[in-house]
Design a protein around this ligand. Sequence first.
Ligand code: GAF
Length: 382
Amino acid sequence: MENIRKIFAEKFGSPGSVYASPGRINIIGEHTDYNGGFVLPGAVDKGMVAEIKFNGLEKCRVYSIDLNEYSEFGLEEQDAPKEHWAKYIFGVCREIIKRGKSIKCFDSAFAGDVPLGAGMSSSAALESTYAFALNDMLDLGFEKMELAKIGQATEHNYVGVKCGIMDQFASIHGKAGHLMRLDCKSGEFEYVPFDPEAHGYKVCLVDTCVKHALVGSPYNRRRESCERVVKAIQAKHPEVEFMRDAEYEWIDEVIGQVTTEDYIRALYARQEVDRLLEACTAMEKGDYELAGRRMYGTHIGMQVLYEVSCEELDFVNEVAKECGVTGSRVMGGGFGGCTINIVPVDKYDNFISTVQAKYREKFGINCKIYPVVISDGARKLA
Ligand code: GAF
């Protein structure tokens, strides 16, 4: 924060207000959000921080401290700025305006410590920071869920990723020491106390530091596969709105009408809804062993049916099994990034040193370890 204050003063003069919004983890429930299912995320202690001040000009002037890049845009412009990161901020402004509110141009500098491309939602953290800040500074009156939807619409309309609501939801609603069990169909959610250490476990992420396919297209293709299967099912079962609503039997009924690829994607999504519910119930009873088995099940589903894992993630997952890790799986959208691991306290140190050594030996690069600290969501810092 001190650094942001200093750089903001150098670039833009008198101080503004400072806001922050975190990245997220997700214990289980992956690619379920846009399938109308459940997710179980928590906000983390890594996020984006932005200083913002209205400038009375016709342009917003924004500076990315981490990239040492500067971008300018007018609020009435239709085309997003060319800097990729600036599209997120521009998109948030445009989505607020589309909802009938007027906002003013601002100067801003921001920085963050959410690892990029690690599946921890650095982009949602950025969107949420600006959505939350503008709502607060201009007293726009948006509910928190609407702020999350503004971030999601930014991804859809200005970045090209047809994401679900999980990441922006978690970044805005996060609460220290709590996960959030969100029903993505109804929008209802509850805070679930999360204290793995009280049960003898530590939670950490292993970042493979690889990002294979890129933003956008493979992710969107997964979503389209599920939507095609839903459409086929609807011919006989019009009550099915999302994959989450389908009986397994109904998915099988359309085997002859959809491609095998679409079928296995849909099957994964439907199974993942059940796995999440079983894992949630198990964790509520303190049964981390059963929750962990469901996490391994998710990994296999993401590897074999949804095909969003990669060699490095599968390797880390295997090492976790060998080290007696209770639950481990690829986290987030996939195609690289992190695994999330629930590790018995007495096996933690051995797991960390083993996975680091084996990963370096196999791939010639270091993986990174992030202990998970569940923290508060979007907030004003100063
Ligand atoms: C990405 C998306 F942004 C989320 O909406 C979610 O679908 C996730 O991948 C997979 O669960 O983070």
